[in-house]
Ligand binder design. Sequence first.
Ligand code: NAD
Length: 432
Amino acid sequence: MKLCMIGTGYVGLVSGVCFADLGNDVICVDNNVDKINLLKKGKIPIYEPGLSELVIKNFKNKKLNFSTDLKKSIKDSDIIFICVGTPTKKGGRSADLSQIYKVSKEISSSINKFKIIITKSTVPVTTGDEIEKILSKKNSKKKFSVVSNPEFLREGEAIRDFVYPDRVVIGTNDKRAGRILKNLYSPLISKGASYLQTSRRAAELIKYASNAFLATKITFINEIANLCEKTNINIEDISIGMGLDKRIGSRFLRAGPAYGGSCFPKDTKAIITTADKFKTNLSVIKSVIKSNENRSKILLDRIKRILNRKIKNKIITFLGVTFKPNTDDMRDSPSLKMIPWLLKKGAIIKYFDPTGYKTEFMNFKNVINKTSIKDAIHGADLVIIHTEWNDFKSINFKSLVKGKKFTIFDMRNIYSSSKIKDQGFKYFSVGK
Ligand code: NAD
């Protein structure tokens, strides 16, 4: 099948290359000329394990191509996936759908034969209805079908998640579109993915409800971790004990910093706005947002106590600054709140991230990027393990650091307290 991915970011590029690898002809379009030029040279603009090899392979065998020419790419394709961003509106909490509607207008003037138009971007309930209205202005309804097909991949595991998803959700009442899409996804369904066809609105809501639920699980265990710290209980015992209950499950039950990233923060806010529009009070999700916003403050208070309230001139090292490992995505990472706060209190920040330098900190005077763990922790007063990269899981601090011993605040509970203390370092973790 001939597919067009509009928006060549984390979702559009990954799903585009995976569809190409399954034998489809895929054109990935973006209005960012630099991004498309890089891709045409075989250079990948994002960090995602395994992506580079797959892009190069499929580009070479001409199953995958890149373009900035949206109209031509739409005309040449049968199925159009909209994969542009849906960030939070500036100063508000609803989803900014301007990219979605801009693209919809461009699609509207390029429909030359029957096309399936799919929102893979996360969009609020009724967005599909709006897209349909835009397309209907210039085209007969027989010429297109608007479908919701939310994407559930996780950055850092994106290719595996795309190829082996738990489920494929197709939101349409159109039998023809449903049949074509079931066929498109049949290689994944035959490998075990559940296939669910629902109404378009239900598919849109499944995505938001899923993200809000996962955010709730993280926030729940983070609050229980606060109680563990006061009652001398190890949060890991609680996570294991709860997770063994099949009704609960063990995933997303690990205490740590606030949830961040490009999805949970914006999607929890957007679903609240949708609910407000339909006069429904999602009080649980509202509490989750509030609790998560307070999470960084709780961890910063803990840092204050660890440093005996003396932050001024202290060298604080962050190991990892992204919101999770195996991605370079800095969107809504907890470090973006914590580092400016510590700087304000007079700290000097050093950081090492396996995905390198971060422009997000370039305007701060006292933030220094280091290119190795050793350089980053040298001379530190406090080392914060912020992101759970494998690179940070078996550091021999004792052999790496000669001289001054620092304190370690392990926000991911990676290390055994006794082993680190035996090496002569002070050690703090979360929920213990
Ligand atoms: P992204 O910012 O990485 O990519 C979006 C791309 O769209 C950018 O490259 C941008 O240049 C391009 N774009 C914007 N306007 C355009 C236009 N008019 N024409 C062509 N290209 C245009 O975003 P993302 O992380 O890939 O997310 C995309 C959508 O998928 C969002 O709705 C997000 O919520 C959802 N989603 C993201 C993830 C994730 O892990 N990142 C997972 C599931 C769903």
